[in-house]
Design a protein around this ligand. Sequence first.
Ligand code: FAD
Ligand code: NAD
Length: 474
Amino acid sequence: MSDKFDVIVIGAGPAGYHAAIRAAQLGLKTAVVDAFVGKDGKQALGGTCLNVGCIPSKALLDSSKQFYNLSHNLPAHGISVENAKVDLKAFIGRKDKIVKQFTGGVAQLFKANKITSFFGQGKLLKGNQVEITGNDGAKQVIGATNVILASGSVPIELPFAKFDGEHIIDNAGALDITAVPKRLGVIGAGVIGLELGSVWNRLGSDVTVIEALPDFLGAADADIAKIALKEFGKQGLTIKLGAKLSKAEVKGDEVHVTYADKDGEQTLVVDKLLVAVGRRAYTEGLLGEDTGVKLDERGRIVVDEHNHTGVDGVWAVGDAVRGPMLAHKGFEEGMAVAEWIAGKAGHVDLDTMPWVIYTEPEIAWAGRTEKQLKEEGVPYKVGTFPFAAIGRAVAMNEAVGQVKMIAHAETDRILGVHMVGPGVSELIAECVVAMEFKGSSEDLARIVHAHPTLSEAVHEAALAVDKRAIHKGN
Ligand code: FAD
Ligand code: NAD
């Protein structure tokens, strides 16, 4: 067959486009099929992350932080600004421009790497054929030696709070609000709820977050979560824990939310309700009959440790498979699969995956929490260091939070690092490198860190593991 490819990737999100570019770099004849339609009605590559996820949310977080700092940080520097206003059209427009720049960038990278791009819905058929259905309904079939499924994820919809795109919204809706809502309700104090709740809180919305679980940010280290919860409270975010939602009804221009907490049934009336209760793997229409590809009990594509589905030449990566739903996890899996296909040594280490929540203060971690180590019976020692004693953080007027390093009690190998504070999204990278090289806290303690920088908090936390931090009592 003349149009037979070496690799067809279904889905051009972070996982899919990394797979495709790496495959093309390795000399494989590569095609990508993606169905995402941008705000202008045209194909927009880059998936959730570039269109309605990582990039647009960070654009709005950065813009809203600038605005918030005018009244909450600059006065401490002796700077006052009166009558600051947000032009929401320009605010959202800036975000849209960034999205277009990056989705267009993926299209250019495909062109530069001679990747054939198809716009439409891809369905895997038996024998590694892919049926593509265009927007006009026209169908064509292409074939390949290998097919990589990278269909990503979509927001979970609650049956009693269905998205209407106007009053009850998902992440895409919360990135495109046209007037700052007076009252914003958020269901789910997870990553999206906290990041997008922060954006609108900074612009003046009265934000109430309703979380079903009794513990705040259960996946993070408990000490870090505690500090973050306190800081979010100071910023005016109301976070209700252990609150079970039972109903959300649109009445006129309001949403009436009913939930139950330890004090009984409560009602919350808001102008908009963001539902952010997690995401699920998206595989609708992806698999034809008898392909042999299996889904697990949560609807994720079943893969082995090499992202192979068990069907000859069929692989799956990113949010559609097990593991954390993070763009960089998808990047690494996509590249690794391309390398495995080309007979090279791909590598993904899920154990050192960094997590970052881009709130203020930022939250970042990699590796094990104290709770996990206790459950696993692993002996450990802990070193913490507060940003309050870091000169650079104080100079920035952002001296909030701490770095907490956990090392094995006997070998000193770093098992986890947990941070809340300024710039920790960048500081975590050093710790991931140390952990990936099986480093010890002493290794980091003996490495020179520039002064005055935020990275000194990592250095001091490493020293603190051995009770020898310089700028605090041990
Ligand atoms: P996706 O990005 O979901 O891409 C899948 C693509 O496949 C889509 O374009 C979809 O249209 C297409 N597709 C699906 N099925 C088919 C089919 N049958 N045929 C053709 N095309 C198909 N992660 C981070 O690491 N950092 C962040 O800061 C971050 N922020 C986020 C903020 C928000 C608001 C959200 C919602 C998510 C965020 N994430 C973040 C998560 C990140 O976006 C995902 O982990 C990542 O996009 C997953 O990549 P993927 O390639 O697996 O899937
Ligand atoms: P999440 O899993 O982070 O948080 C969902 C929260 O909703 C949880 O705390 C859960 O207990 C709660 N919840 C579930 N059902 C509920 C109910 N009925 N009532 C009240 N609370 C309920 O999910 P998310 O915030 O939707 O984000 C989805 C995923 O997207 C994240 O897990 C992450 O993988 C990815 N993401 C990452 C980033 C980042 O890396 N900075 C940013 C945004 C999203």
